[in-house]
Each structure stands twice: as C-alpha cells, then as structure tokens.
Design a protein around this ligand. Sequence first.
Ligand code: G6P
Length: 752
Amino acid sequence: MRPPLTSLRMTLRFVLPLLLVLGAFAYSSVPLMDQLNLRWFMRDLDLRSATLAATLEDPLQDYVPQKAKRKIMQLFDRAILDERLFALGFCDPRGELIYKTATWPKSLGCARDAAPGRAGGRLVDLPQGAVHVTVSTLQREGEALGKLILVHDMSFIERRSADTRKYVMSVFLALGVAISLITVVIARISWRGWLDGVRGVLRGGIAQRAGFTASPEMLPLIGDLRALLNEYQRERLSDDDAKVSAPDKLRALLHNELAGDEVLVVSNREPYIHVKTPEGVEVRRPASGLVTAVEAVMRACSGTWIAHGAGNADRDVVDAHGRVPVPPGHSSYTLRRVWLSKEEEQGYYYGFANEGMWPLCHIAHVRPIFRSSDWEQYVAVNRRFADAVVAEARTEDPVVLVQDYHFALLPRMVRERLPRATIITFWHIPWPNSESFGICPWRAEILEGMLGSTILGFHTPLHRRNFMDTVDRYLETRIEEEASTISYGGKLTQVQSYPISIAWPEAEAQTDSVPACRAAIRRELGLAPDHLLGIGVDRLDYTKGILERFQAVERMLERYPEMVGRFTFVQIAAPSRSSLDEYQNFEARVRSLVQRINVRFGSGGYLPIVLKAEHHEHEAVNRYYRAAEVCMVTSLHDGMNLVAKEFIAARDDERGALVLSQFTGAAMELHAALIINPYHIEQGAEALYRGLMMPAAEQAERMRSMRMLVRDFNVYRWAGRMLHDAARLRQRERVMSKIAEHGAAPGLRRVV
Ligand code: G6P
C-alpha cells in the first residue's frame, strides 16, 4: 500500500501543473471576453436608447414648440432616474444646447457631439470615463425641432468585466480541480488493477500455475520487470553476501539459513596427498585452483570431503573407512578417500574427464576424445562417489557441494537417494556454446545428471548463458530465463554465475617481507639484486597459454634488446596428467621452446627463461609472487584462474604488474590488470615490457583497486552466495509444495 504522503505528493504533482495550465488559459482569454462583452453592451444600449428616444419623442413634440422648459426638465429628470442613463440634452436646429440635465458633462458640446453619427451610438471618452452617446432627430409635421441626445454611463461595463473575469477564473479553477480529481481517481483505480496484475505475474511460476494471466498490454513489460526484479534481488543479495566475507560468517550462514551442520564435499582431487619419499611419508597440497578455494570453505564449515585417494601413501594413514582428519596437525574436517582401480582411474579420470570433457569445455584447439569404455567407467565412478556421499551423510538433508566436470552425473544419483539434500554443483571450468557441447555423445545424460542439483554454478555469466542454451537445445525442460531456473522432472535447479576467489591472507601470514623475498629469490637464481623478474605459475597444461607466453618473452627481448641480460622469466610448472599423450607432447614442446629461447638470448650464466617443472608448495610460490616485477597469466581459456588473484593478494606492498589474458574469468573482474589477447604475441610482448617499466605510482594505483576487489569478493563470499541461493530455493520449494498440498484439498482451488 502506498503511504498517504506519497499519494498526496503524486496527486499534487499532477494537479498543480493542470491547474496552472488552465489558469493561464483562463487568464489569456479575459481580453477576448472583454471585447465580446463591450460589443454586446453597445448593442444593448443602442436598443435602449432607441426605445427611450421613441418614448420621449411624443411629449417633446408638444413641449419644445411651446418652450415648456419646466415640463421638459421634469421629463428629463424622470428619465435619468434609470441608473444607466447618465444625462439627457436637447439641441435646437441651430446646434444650441437648450435643455440639459444637471448631470450633462461639460465637455460634451452640442455642435460636435450632437452630430448624428452612424445608425447606433458611439463611445466618447470623457474625463470622468467613457460614455455611450446616441442622437435622435425630432421633427414635427416635417419641420425639424432639434436633436435629443442620450448619454449612457459605461462604467458599469468595467464593473461587469471585472465580475466576468472573476467568474471565468473561478469556473476554470473549478473545472481544473474536477478534471484533476476525476483523472487521479481513474488513474489510481487502473494503476491498482494493473499493479495487481503485474504482481500476480511477477509472483512467477506459482501465480501462473494458480491461474493468473497477464493482460495483453502488460505482456511486453513483464519480461523487463522480471529481469529488473531479479537484478535488484541479486544486488540486494550481494549486499547480504557482503557480510559473509569471513569464515565465521559463512559457518553461521550455513547453520542458520540451511539448518544444516553437515557439509559434504565431493571432488576428484583431494586436498592433501600423502606420498612416500626416501625421508618418509610427506603431505602435499595439489596444484589445483579448485582445491585452494574449497579447502578454505571446508576449514570454515567442517564436515567431510570425499575425494579420490591418489597418493601412494594415502592408504597408510586412513582408518578402516578410508577417513583421515585434516589439515594434518590442525584437524578441522574429515577427508574420506575413495579408492579407484587402475581401469577406473584410466577410463573415468584420464579418459572421459581429461581427454573428453576438459578439451570439450576449453576452446584450446585440442580435439576431445570420447570412448564408450571411458564413459562406462565415468558412470561407474560417479556411482561409487554417490554411494560414498550416501554412506557419509548422517542426515536426510545434508548440504552436498559437488565439484567440477568429473562428477556431472553425481548430482542426480545423489538426488535419487537423498531427495531432501541440498546439492550445490560448481563447474570450475568454462562451459562451451551449445553447438560445441553437442559433440559429446552423452550430452543428454550429462545435462540430466547436472540438473539433479539445487544450485548449479559457473564462474561467468557467459558460461551460465551457454549452459542454459545447451539445456534448451538438447533437453525437454521448463526454463525460466528471468529467474534463471530450470525445471526438469519436477525438480528446480537454479543456474547462476558465482565468480570464485581465494581466502584473503591475514596480514601476519606474509612471513618474509617483500625486500627479503626479492633479495632471496635473486640470490637463489644467481641474479643481480636489481635484475628484473617475471613470474608464471601453472600446471603444465595446454590451456594455460605457456607457449604463447614464452613467445611473448622472446618477442619482448627482440624488440627491447636492452632487456637481454636484465630480465628473466621464471615459470613454475606443476606436472599434470602426465600419462596422457597430449600432456606429454605439450611438455616436450614447452621444454624445447625454452631451450631455443635460452640458446638465442642466453649467455654465460644468464638464462632469459627459467623453467621449474616440479611441484611447489604454496609458500614457495608466494615468495616468487612477492619477488617479481610482473606476473603473467596467459590462459587460452580458463574458468577463473586463481593465480591472478593469488598474485594480487601476495602484493601487500602494492607493487607489481599483472598481465592477464582476456579469456580468463578473472579478466571480467580485474580491470586494472594489463589485459591481453594471448594469441597476439606482439601484444603480450608489449604488455610485459609495459609492466616492467610501469611507474611505481601507477603500479600502486592499479594494485590498490584490484586488492580491494579480491579482498571483498573472497572465497567465503563465493560460497556464501551459493548457500544463500540454496536456502532461498529450498524455501521456495517448501512454499510450493505447501501450495500443492492445499490446492489438492477440497474447496481450495486457487491460491493467490
Ligand atoms: C582444474 C580443474 C580442477 C583440477 C585442477 C588440477 O583447475 O578445474 O578440477 O583439480 O585443474 O587438475 P588435476 O587433474 O591435477 O586435478
């Protein structure tokens, strides 16, 4: 309901201009009315004068020859008792005024003014005001007796005109008020009706199912309104999310809004890998953006993380159920390992996930390979992990966080066995356009599997859009574009973009100062203290644009020879999926390119590119981030790329430049980076040079803005947004099922 003050304001906003317009119109019409009035009154006076003259004519025909002055004056005095007749006079044929009333105006002579004018009277301006003068000639038996002059007062016309003006103005005023009020009342009635209609439609699916239909004139507006509403809701939500920027807030959100204290994460890659070394069992953290992000969430929320036990010492440290508390030494959640046979790992992980889905989703010009045998393993392993989820769940409605392209089928498998679970699936890699995705022989199965989720998240709006289009093309579903939901088999899935991020490091987490890191790293590499350094951190993967990056380094050295001997690029490259041909070939190409460039520009102990193709722990990588002038992220296609965000987080000195590929999700957020097309080698070379030469003030300005963004939109916020949306969707589903229950009850047909 609109508050009364707002209504009054709106009414005045409409009524006042209308009244002003009508007032102006009324005011401008007054001179016209005056003229009309004058004409009417003149005609009236002409008639009156003619009648009066005819009345006086008879007695005057007797009295004038008799020179009966007394009788004439009596006659005249009686006549001017009429308030409008101002004076009477009589002129003899010689033009002499022989009889006149006392009121006769001095300035009104006889010779001049008594001359007969046109048929009617005429207006004469006298010092005391305008008068109307008529002249009638008197005759007796054909002999002229003289002229009777009647003088009428015109001042009443002015009085009348003033009265008319007042009258006209008040009529227009009353009219204006009446029109305004009627219009406002009608407008309010139709507005309310229209609003009720719009509200009905905007209530969305529920209202429509309950029998609401939009009137035809509303239809074009509905889409826009819904989109606006969703936008508004998202903005409002993101305001709420802003509060979820710390681990404790995320925990509270989970417990309060989802009433769940049970979080189950499913991913292929485990957060901690136990490996045998000559020194004993070592715990390693894998090179995986997914693991970096989700680990922070799990530390905050606790629960169970189900993953493939891939380390050669993994079995040695778990209990009988494959469980081990992690992080080692500070346990805050449980890691539940699932063991895979060689065949399973080969078909599901190497085959279907990494030779099929990975190249399918990345536009990096590597052909996807789909084998039926791989697909069978993929289905089987998804089922095994689904079994593990059901086995680990202590309640009927756990929150299950499913990670990535390894588990596209798992959401539906879990949904079938735990229908009340909240399943949040996040797709960490890009989603291609529908045509490209159509290559996958099991596209429908993949989509159906994913639609078992409550929430389905992508990094960017483009990937979300691509997914919606793909579903639209290959499955029979009901898609609500504005709400971004897909209804399939009676279940609703919300599809949204949630850009992932990192946990912002505490100030004290940076152990070594930037100058200390700079000095130490240069010393370790055998470089001079002022040597310029570039850094790249990736898995050895063909999607990362590592070859293009090195070509850019080469081109930069060509164009700016003064940089030869002054600049070194360090590439940390974690070996990845190395049993696959494509990855082995790629590693070989990378190594040979490095060698060629180093031969071309290296000399003595100087190497322009240092390739460190081995596993590095996060702390070691962090030292390089802090020591470098420039960080290069040149992915040919990437969901988000957290290296870009980690580099920014590491630079608390607000120095350093980030060269960032336009084909990463990160480029959608980090506008202050030097954004490049990695396929354009010259552009990459120029950006690298520009980053190295960037003035300190510019570095600080760019870094400050990016740091602010990454700090505010951190990983807790990413998870918080998904949990928020899941809670809302759960709520909506609860309401809808209540409505369905009531709707089925007798006597309750329509729910408004
Ligand atoms: C990408 C994927 C992750 C994966 C990571 C490392 O970031 O999205 O799911 O964990 O690469 O790859 P790997 O195959 O070694 O787990």
